[in-house]
Design a binder for this molecule. Sequence first.
Ligand code: FE2
Length: 307
Amino acid sequence: MALHRLTSVTIGVPNVEKTAAYYAEFGLTPTADGWFLTRDAGRQLRLVYAPTRRLVELRVGVDDSDDIARVSSNLTQHGIDHTTSPTSVTATEKATGVRTVLEVAARVIQQPVPGTRYNGPGRYERSNERAPGVLRTDRVMPRKLGHAVLGSPDFAISKRFFVDGLGFKVSDHIKNAGVFLRCSIDHHNLLVLAAPLSFLHHTSWQVDDVDDVGRGAYSMLENHPERHVWGLGRHHAGSNFFWYLKDPAGNFSEYYSDMDCILDDQLWTPEVLDGAKGLFNWGPPPPPSFLHPEDLAGLMTGLHSAR
Ligand SMILES: [Fe+2]
């Protein structure tokens, strides 16, 4: 039938314990075997040791064995090495070194969360009471993993792997710099960015609404202002509200809400986004470290010395 969701990511970090504490505080629930759960989609993050931070594995859910056979045949056609089992296809993307596993997995049907009542001119959705966003006292806990963003030193190879090989769909392009890809109805589950080296830019986690984007970030920053990277703002590609924070290994993690959803592929036309639009629609100006994370030079040196 089809690819239907981004199942999980495995991130390698040099400081597993510290980074695990961060993601627990971020609102993911740790398990005894090194995984972290989201509220709606279960095991979606695993942390493992690596000498330098990197995306180790990306898992994608498909419906059935027909999908496995189709993807396996596509990969063969494109000369991409892979292994198959009755329920999975595994291949390593050459340019980034990310192991990618397509696996038969149950679809996640999220229960609809009632819309937050916001007042507007002549529109009184909420009267005689304070806004829910200022009354909430529960911890923000992400509903699901939304997307991962990867820097790739060979953008064309990465795009061919994910689009022609695995069957991701193109949602939008950033002119000469990146491509937004989806394996579900979300506008993007993967963004591949042209970069001088392979690195994980960020992972992104869905929360209920813009208030929870703000509340989640506020809580993370309360005793750790150094975690702040960029927010609050709204992207153009995907339209989502965002706030980016930094984990102790240097990976960015994003709270997001209100992402565009593409239910009918025929009704969506990918655009080439140029200039600032590729990056955002409104918000504070992005800090230079968002575009070029401060540890990139170090990661490059590590890469070279490891060879
Ligand atoms: Fe993002």
